[in-house]
Each structure stands twice: as structure tokens, then as C-alpha cells.
Design a protein around this ligand. Structure first.
Ligand code: ADP
Length: 516
């Protein structure tokens, strides 16, 4: 087996958009439209686009994140960096990706806009969450959740190879997120260990997929043709510029191969399945799709694991596993524990969901805002456990059948069916036919705990942008843009007890108290 330097593959990723031309199939990454990066009540991920200096709201910290490198030299030659930042009014830590406007090509800027647009559409526990998007004269900034556990890439470097159990737990998370993306008709196109981050330093921390700059919406049965990706992980059909979403599954196969045969810690070498001294040599190997399990490292690895890799590294994409098939593979099932059924917790969470009632528009918006921006990971942890337990096909969404199976465990079948129908009408706000992760969190989170006085005060301060002591229609329009002014007028009237056309802190408190 050959080996290659353990350097970041960023240094070796000229393939990323190597033809430097916009895609002809479905247009290039589109320019961000005014409403794309903005929040609206229909959108679950409330993201706001702001003009002006980010330092009004955030303190950016040094040094930049990301393997200790100071500047990320992106494959397109653009300048950017990712920094930790403290949100001034809440003291919450976030990550901020900063891109220099004058030192980036139009194409690189479009890549960034594309990333914002894609992240706004995605709502899955294993996909990085976006909060805000800023720009000033010199920079673009994307504010996302912060991952403090480092890259999977570094974990591979430190740990050498992984046990099959651990590798299966990792793959299950990646495949669950990719299955969700493919269901949403989005292909990532640059999956690699550098783009998989651990949420925290804890032993059982979750993984999050980042870097959606090269992702793209696809139309089923229509091929994509832009050559994008990173040499070791790129699928052969991408090199031929005729491919579909299965290219992500190929990259998953490469990742699993590396996880199981690992890295030689002493020489700092790692063993990808398709390897070579130069990029051309790597590509040659990728095109042929020939790899082996012949070396010593593979002796201990089970037949089932190798068979699973073969199904993902199948040269013909039509015969390659889909993400859903991969999640149902016997190896994944054997090694990754299904989420335990915790009856008291399930009962508590599903009872909260039963109580969930339709709120007034502004209450609902404020509530979503708090869940998205201010709720802590700890507050959501139990809910995530139940979500995963209910999500039996692991597609990152709850279908009616899955929810029914959950309720049937805590009540009679007829009651359960009625309850589920009612809940779907109220909770499935975007009428997707299934309940997304954030919809679930909003419906089940402990409201009393979430709506603490301190949090409401912080939220009020964030909405009261000019610090006048009351929230105006203009301020609401800015935060939740895309909603017609008329609607805000009606909403404000309802809670504006002294009829001054604005919402004071007291009025804000009494409005939120009405949420049970
Ligand atoms: P680029 O598009 O320039 O490749 P990435 O989005 O891949 O940028 O980020 C570069 C690096 O910055 C990542 O590999 C990671 O180490 C670090 N990074 C990015 N986003 C986060 C985050 N949300 N939390 C912590 N570190 C991050």
C-alpha cells in the first residue's frame, strides 16, 4: 500500500472547481437574494443578514480556529479565516467565518453566498447551524455554532485507526446527515475528515458536517458536471464531470477506509485507498477505482466492514449504495447502538409536544428565536436523544408513522393516532409532511425553563436595536424580514396595551407569559 503525507488535503485540492466555470446543468451558485439570508416566520432557521460592522455585536477572538493555521488558503486562492467569537449581549460563543472581499474572486464570494443559502435550508443535528450573516465594506461574515472538539482529521492523526464500533458510530452520523441532505435534494461534494468537526471535547461528542460552499441543489435524474472536490475523496464520475448525489457516498467510503486502516502515528502517514505521489497519480487511481484490503492493517478488520466499504466504493454509481441503504447496512446496524428507549423521558417529551399549541405570530417568532439562538446544547440534549429514538429510519426527520410508533408506546393506539394527526397540523409548520429537528425541539422543549426572565430580557435587548427601550415595527421588519409591514402592524397592535405603536419591555413580558 502506498502512503501519503498527513498534511491537510486543502493543500492538495486543486481539483476543487478545477474548470473554474459555472455549472451548466443548473446554473452556478446563485447570488444571495435579499430574502435568502434573512429570517422569515416560515423559516425554521432564523438567520439574519446585517450590513455593518460585526464588532458591534460580537467580540472576535484570536487565534483563528482550524488546525492552528493562521490563514486558510482556500483552493480558489481566496483569503479567509474562522474565528471564535463572543456574542456581546448573550455571552454565547459562536464561530465566525470571515472572507476578505477585495482579495476574493467573484466565484469565491458566490461560494460563500451559496454556503449561507444551503445552511439556511438544512436542519439536522449533524449539520452545522447558521445564525447570522453580516457584511461590511471589506468582509463577509458567517456566524455559526461553534465546535470545540476539533476536526475528525486531527482525531485520526492522534488515534491512528479506530475500532469498528467507533468507526460505525462516526459513519452513522455522517450518513444520517447525508441522507437528510439528499432527501432535501442537496449534494455536499466535499466530504472529508477536515470538514467533520466534533461539537465538543467530550468523549461521546457529536460530529457536525461543515463547509457547504461547494454543495448544490440537484434535480433527480439530472447529472451535475462541475469538477469539484478534494483528490483523495473525490468520486471517479466527478472526474468525468457527469455525476449525481452518489458522489457523497463514495467520499463516505474513502473516509471509512481511512478510519479503519488509519494512520501511522510515528511517520505521520495515512493510508487513503487511492494514493499517489502527485495529484495526477491519485486521480489516475481514483478513475480506475482499484484499491485493496491486502495489507497487514486489514487483517483484523471484519468481512462485514470490508463489504460495506465495497458497497460505497462501487465504481458504478447506479450500483453504489444510497445513503439510506448505507444506513441499513448490517455492519452499521451491528456496531452502532440504536438510541435507548427511555420511557420516562419519552413520556415527558411527548407530553410536552401534546401541549404544544399554536401561538400568535410574534410569540412564535420570539420563541423560535430563543430556541435557535439562545437555548444551550445541554437543554437540547435530552430532546435529541428522543428525536433519534423516534427517527427509526434515521433520515433526520419524523414521519407520521414514526411519531405514531412513539405515542403508541405511551398511550392506546386510537388515542395515539388522533394525537399524531393533531400534532402534525400544528407542528409541521413548513408543511413538509414530516417534523424537522428544530420543529421538534420547539414543540417539546421545557417552555418555562426556556423563557426565563433573563433570556427574555436578552432577547428584548437584541430586538431593540437602537436601545430606545421599545421594539418598533421597523426593528421587527429588520430582524424577521420578508414579512409584510401590514402583518407587523397587526401583531404589534395586539400587544401594544398603551397604543404607542411599539412594544415595551413590560408588554413584551406579558406577551410571552401567555405561552403556557
Ligand atoms: P473553507 O471553506 O475555507 O475550507 P471551512 O468552512 O472548511 O473553510 O473551515 C476551515 C476550518 O476552520 C475547518 O477545517 C475547521 O478547523 C475550522 N472551523 C470551521 N468552522 C468551524 C466551527 N463552526 N467551529 C470550529 N471550527 C471551525
Amino acid at each position: 500500500m502506498g502512503s501519503c503525507s498527513g498534511k491537510r488535503s486543502n493543500n492538495n485540492s486543486a481539483t476543487k472547481n478545477s474548470n473554474n466555470k459555472p455549472e451548466t446543468d443548473n446554473s452556478s451558485p446563485q447570488k444571495l437574494q435579499p430574502n435568502d439570508a434573512q429570517s422569515c416566520l416560515g423559516n425554521l432557521i432564523i438567520t439574519s443578514e446585517k450590513l455593518g460592522r460585526i464588532t458591534k455585536d460580537y467580540t472576535l477572538l484570536n487565534p483563528p480556529l482550524g488546525s492552528g493555521i493562521q490563514i486558510i488558503q482556500s483552493p480558489l486562492g481566496a483569503y479567509g479565516e474562522v474565528r471564535k467569537a463572543i456574542h456581546k449581549s448573550t455571552n454565547l460563543m459562536k464561530a465566525v467565518k470571515i472572507i476578505h472581499k477585495s482579495q476574493t474572486s467573484k466565484e469565491e464570494q458566490e461560494r460563500l453566498m451559496n454556503e449561507v443559502k444551503m445552511l439556511q435550508k438544512l436542519d439536522h443535528p449533524n449539520i452545522i447551524k447558521i445564525f447570522e450573516f453580516y457584511q461590511d465594506d471589506r468582509f463577509f461574515y458567517i456566524v455559526t455554532e461553534l465546535c470545540t472538539g476539533g476536526e475528525l482529521f486531527d482525531k485520526i492523526r492522534h488515534e491512528g485507526s479506530f475500532s469498528e464500533k467507533k468507526a460505525a458510530e462516526i459513519m452513522k452520523q455522517i450518513l444520517s446527515a447525508i441522507n437528510y441532505c439528499h432527501d432535501e435534494k442537496i449534494v455536499h461534494r466535499d466530504l472529508k475528515p477536515e470538514n467533520l468537526l466534533y461539537e465538543s471535547e467530550k468523549e461521546n461528542s457529536m460530529l457536525k458536517i461543515i463547509d457547504f460552499g461547494t454543495s448544490k441543489e440537484f434535480v433527480p435524474n439530472q447529472k451535475l458536471n462541475q469538477k469539484l472536490g478534494t483528490p483523495y475523496y473525490i468520486a471517479p464520475e466527478v472526474l468525468k464531470k457527469k455525476y449525481d448525489e452518489k458522489c457523497d457516498i463514495w467520499s463516505c467510503g474513502v473516509i471509512l477506509y481511512i478510519l479503519l486502516c488509519g494512520q501511522n502515528i510515528l511517520s505521520n502517514l495515512r493510508y487513503p485507498p487511492f494514493d499517489g505521489k502527485t495529484e495526477d497519480k491519485i486521480m489516475e487511481k481514483v478513475s480506475k477505482g482499484v484499491y485493496s484490503f491486502d495489507t497487514q492493517e486489514w487483517e483484523e478488520v471484519t468481512k462485514e466492514a470490508k463489504e460495506f466499504i465495497r458497497k460505497m466504493l462501487q465504481l458504478d454509481p447506479s450500483k453504489r449504495y444510497s445513503a439510506q441503504q448505507a444506513l441499513n447496512d448490517p455492519w452499521i446496524k451491528k456496531f452502532s447502538n440504536p438510541t435507548e428507549f427511555d420511557r420516562p423521558l419519552m413520556t415527558k417529551v411527548l407530553t410536552n409536544m401534546r401541549k404544544f399549541t399554536e401561538q400568535q405570530k410574534l410569540q412564535e417568532a420570539v420563541f423560535k428565536f430563543i430556541v435557535n439562538q439562545l437555548a444551550t446544547k445541554e437543554e437540547k440534549a435530552e430532546l435529541l436523544k428522543i428525536f433519534q429514538c423516534l427517527d427509526t429510519n434515521q433520515d433526520g426527520k419524523l414521519s407520521k408513522e414514526e411519531l405514531l410508533a412513539g405515542y403508541s408506546k405511551i398511550m392506546k393506539p386510537v388515542e395515539a393516532a388522533e394525537e399524531v394527526n393533531r400534532i402534525f397540523q400544528q407542528v409541521d409548520k413548513n408543511n413538509s409532511g414530516s417534523i424537522d429537528y428544530t420543529e421538534f425541539v420547539i414543540a417539546t422543549i421545557d417552555r418555562q425553563q426556556l423563557l426565563s426572565k433573563q433570556r427574555l430580557q436578552v432577547t428584548f435587548r437584541m430586538f431593540d436595536k437602537d436601545k430606545s427601550g421599545s421594539i418598533t415595527i421597523d426593528e421587527l421588519k429588520e430582524i424577521f424580514s420578508g414579512i409584510p409591514e401590514e402583518m407587523w402592524k397587526q401583531v404589534v397592535q395586539e400587544f401594544d396595551s398603551n397604543s404607542d405603536g411599539q412594544i415595551s419591555l413590560e408588554e413584551f413580558f406579558s406577551m410571552m407569559k401567555k405561552i403556557d
